[in-house]
Design a protein. Sequence first.
Length: 319
Amino acid sequence: MLKYLAVRVAAIIPLLLAVAVISFSLVGLLELRGSAAEQILREGAGDEAAVAALEAELGLDQPLPVRFVDWLGGAVRGDFGHSLLFQDASVTALIGERIWPTMSIVAVGLTIGSLFGIAFGLASGLRPGGRLDRGLSVTTAMMIATPGFVLAIFLVIIFAVELGWFDPTGYAWPSRDGWWAWLKSITLPGIALAFPIVAVVQRQLRSSMTNALGSRYVLAARARGLPASQIVRRHAMRNAMIPTITVLGFQAAAAIGLTVAIERVFAIPGMGSLLVQAVAQRDIPVIQGSLMVAALIVAIVNLLVDIAYGWLDPRIRLT
């Protein structure tokens, strides 16, 4: 198992290096529209001497490969430089402040989506073609078809504006506002994020359970007289969860991107709003740091998926 984990952890390094190279290449394309120095100077952007002086001060006059090596050396130590526009704030500090709202929403969305998706998928897979299965299939189709930001708006109107159960916008910090206020501030965004996760997980688990229950090893277990609950729990469910966990890993990675629209609806100061603002203002260090942190989170999610594979199927640990 340790060798299995070591190989998976080692695979993260080239992934992060590739993301760093790609992000720097995209930044080079972004600078074709104008440098960050011009954005900072704004009214004085027409003064070429002032722009050149500021670019030299910020190191933007260096070739892209030189800047990449300098930045990569700091990124390895956890130093992503300083923002060009956020009052020279540390990029690491900016991301550290914004990442918690985003990850809170993602955690709630994944938790709700996983629990309901697995429950619905199991209910459908045990009796495929029944009334419950057909009803859940229609429900999950509607979930997939509903855009996240549209659902978020409806949730705000119904549960925040009309019923007054939640605050319509904003994020409550647990250290300052208390845990109950924090949970209320992320519940509606988490539900909006969970809808597509529920639908995708339900469909995948239903299909996997149907195939598993019709397999030869389940038929052999039934022939030996094993209880139905034991067959489902120890044989069918265990094998059906392997492709379902793959889907959950994909959904976790996609949820990070989906939070951009949801954060805008609920006015939550998360990673998505930070990255959108940085791209609009060409704040290169913030863009690069945000992309690297997002890539690291996705890599960790993939590692957890690989660990779950090894736990569910010991044969995978031996490959």
